[in-house]
Unconditional design. Structure first.
Length: 688
């Protein structure tokens, strides 16, 4: 008898036959067969994919096995050496201690978590370095779109040009030797010293990249020129700007790359091609052509020093800040003598040529800073990045020529070391002529107001965007206050000037509807605070009267007859009762004797200058020299012995306060308070 195999019902445990059978799983009606068939199909397809992958892997292994075996032969040869080296390193006491510390750390509950955190940090740092390397700026430098901004006079004649330009890339041999030496003297006098890019040098490069400043002393690890090239010209970080960690890492990468891959002449050529030579000019080729109209290979020593000085202060405008650029050029010549590039005699000759050097297009108008102030005022209307823009101002070229001739004659008469400035404002406060005697106008509220009044027409990319033909008149007191503020700015000594004892002479007068202000500065009171400003004013008035003669009275009557109008007689005064008649006011006239800067004696009568608290001593002597044998007219100003006195058209109270020879009295008129404020700003006289 054959025993049948014991079976159990589906779903029952064969060890527990007494337990009741489990109910079969419920399957929704109509879904069972479809689901089973779909799962079978998916399983069959996956099995085929696995089988195909296995066959492909076997074939690839059979094909690559000989090649991998051949490649592994050298590794087998060096394997014993590597194994021995690893055993020696592992047997080192420090390695043993490190391994033990790692095992103990792994046994701790948080050891593995700390190790994983460290590995994650290393991975993040590696990804950060990869991202920095992938976003490095190009070695050719940032791209610049060419722009041209033209400032015109009232008749459309260009008086200044601004914009951006970049020259062609030149090799070091295509640049004049004097320019190369001047550039190195300005940027890195130790560029040609030997250096090694070893571990210490690499550490120095990384440390220099992480710092915000570049050391002025001898380099450590890499030339300063390379650091400045990368930081300023490639990355675009200005001195003092906040830099991100990514920019610091990129700087280190680029410096190490340039030091390892390029030689010194190539680095020097790249620095010359990317260096800023003033606002808007990039590269030695563009600077040489735009400023001196020649190629970089033809630059002389004085021109090279001028251009190298501009790289020390890229914000300077070459045709405006001429005095500042010359001062930096002299510093470059001294550095060239220190490096041995020039002898003392050659440097002295170049410095003499530098004193008379100015870029092409430089004029008294550009040196005054008025074109740049007008452009700054029109910046919102121009918009961002125009290809071409034209700004027309109220500057009168004929009046400007008269002002320049008058200033030139006055400087010839005053002698060496004197400076003269002249400013002519129209009825609306707009600048019609300007000659700067010292530093250019700064961006102040008064200067911006004058620039806004001077803006007449604006065209951007061939389309007019602003046109103002007529402007409203400015009140006389406000216009006079504005003129005094601008004159005080023009009277500042230029950068690099050494004349602490200079005195300023001021004269303000009107001719027609024009307000003219003249200031003369010199080392002596005779040339500065004497009759120089008034003579300058009279010169301009004489030229203006000759060029624009007033119509005679007969012609005026004839013109009135032709238009059918009748000239009116002067208005009669209103009737008054005999008891209300005011006593006659007597004016004083004569040559005064100075008591102090606030008091005079005229015709035996004491005269106090209105609004002035006078000073004695040296200030009184200078005031006496200013008034030497000049006739003065004084009108009563309301108080006892208080007068407003004038020498010609110049108010003596303004003269005293403008030169800091006194203080404004409480309740002084606004124009006198403005004159005192100007003296305070210039630290003149008692405000030193």
């Amino acid at each position: 008898m054959v025993a049948e195999p014991m079976t159990t019902q589906p779903g029952r445990d064969w060890l527990d036959l007494a337990s009741p059978p489990h109910p079969p799983p419920e399957v929704p009606d109509g879904a069972g067969p479809a689901r089973v068939s779909a799962s079978h199909r998916i399983g069959a397809q996956l099995a085929q994919v696995r089988a195909g992958a296995a066959r492909a892997g076997s074939a690839a292994a059979g094909y690559l096995a000989p090649a991998m075996a051949a490649a592994a032969v050298p590794l087998r040869r060096v394997a014993p050496a590597w194994q021995g080296a690893a055993e020696r390193v592992g047997a080192h006491p420090l390695a043993v201690r490190a391994a033990g510390a790692a095992r103990r750390a792994g046994d701790l509950p948080w050891g593995r978590a700390l190790a994983l955190t460290g590995l994650a940090g290393l991975g993040a740092a590696a990804l950060f370095l990869v991202w920095c390397a992938a976003t490095l700026p190009p070695l050719s430098g940032p791209s610049h779109q060419a722009r041209t901004l033209t400032v015109q006079a009232e008749d459309g004649t260009p008086i200044a040009r601004r914009g951006t330009a970049r020259g062609q890339a030149l090799t070091a041999e295509a640049v004049a030797p004097a320019m190369r030496q001047a550039f190195l003297a300005a940027q890195d006098p130790w560029f040609e010293d030997p250096y090694r890019l070893d571990a210490a040098g690499i550490a120095a490069v990384i440390g220099g990249a992480l710092r915000d400043t570049i050391s002025d002393g001898p380099r450590a690890g890499s030339p300063r020129l390379t650091q400045r090239l990368v930081r300023r010209d490639l990355i675009g970080a200005a001195p003092g700007d906040d830099r991100s960690l990514a920019d610091r890492v990129r700087e280190a990468m680029l410096v190490l790359w340039l030091q390892a891959r390029e030689d010194r002449p190539r680095i020097l050529a790249r620095a010359l091609d990317l260096a800023p030579f003033g606002a808007g000019l990039t590269g030695i080729d563009a600077a040489a052509r735009a400023l001196f109209g020649k190629e970089a290979a033809s630059l002389g020593t004085a021109e090279a020093a001028y251009l190298a000085g501009l790289t020390l202060a890229p914000d300077l405008e070459p045709d405006r800040d001429v005095a500042a650029a010359r001062a930096r050029g002299r510093e470059v010549l001294d550095a060239m003598v220190m490096r041995g590039s020039l002898s003392a005699a050659q440097a002295a000759e170049a410095a003499q040529a530098l004193d008379g050097l100015a870029p092409t297009g430089t004029s008294p108008v550009t040196r005054s800073g008025v074109p740049d102030l007008v452009l700054a005022e029109a910046a919102d209307r121009i918009g961002s990045a125009p290809r071409e823009a034209v700004v027309r101002t109220t500057l009168d070229r004929d009046l400007q020529a008269m002002a320049e001739k008058a200033v030139e004659r006055r400087l010839d008469a005053a002698g060496r070391g004197a400076r003269a400035g002249l400013l002519i404002l129209g009825p609306d406060g707009a600048v019609q002529a300007v000659v700067a005697g010292g530093a250019p106008l700064t961006d102040t509220r008064a200067a911006r107001r004058a620039a806004a009044a001077s803006l007449r027409y604006l065209r951007r990319d061939g389309r007019p965007v602003y046109d103002r033909l007529v402007a409203g008149p400015m009140p006389a007191a406000e216009r006079r206050t504005a003129l005094l503020g601008l004159l005080a700015d023009l009277a500042r000594p230029p950068e690099g000037a050494d004349d602490p004892g200079v005195r300023d002479g001021l004269f303000v007068g009107t001719t027609g509807d024009l307000l003219v202000g003249a200031v003369v500065s010199a080392g002596s009171a005779e040339n500065g605070a004497g009759d120089g400003p008034e003579a300058l004013f009279q010169d301009v008035v004489a030229q203006l009267a000759k060029a624009r003669p007033a119509p005679p009275a007969a012609e005026a009557r004839e013109g009135a007859r032709e238009t059918g109008s009748t000239p009116r007689s002067p208005a009669r005064p209103a009737w008054q009762n005999p008891g209300e008649r005011s006593p006659p006011v007597a004016a004083l006239r004569g040559v005064p004797r100075v008591i102090d800067t606030g008091r005079l004696r005229l015709d035996g009568q004491a005269v106090r200058l209105a609004g002035v608290e006078g000073q004695g001593g040296a200030y009184a002597r200078e005031f006496r020299q200013y008034l030497r044998r000049r006739e003065v007219t004084c009108q009563p100003a309301g108080g006892p012995e208080v007068y407003r006195c004038r020498a010609g058209e110049q108010d003596l109270s303004e003269v005293v306060l403008f030169n800091g020879a006194g203080r404004a009295a409480p309740g002084a008129p606004p124009e006198l308070q403005a004159a005192e404020a100007n003296a305070k700003a210039r630290k003149a006289g008692v405000w030193q």
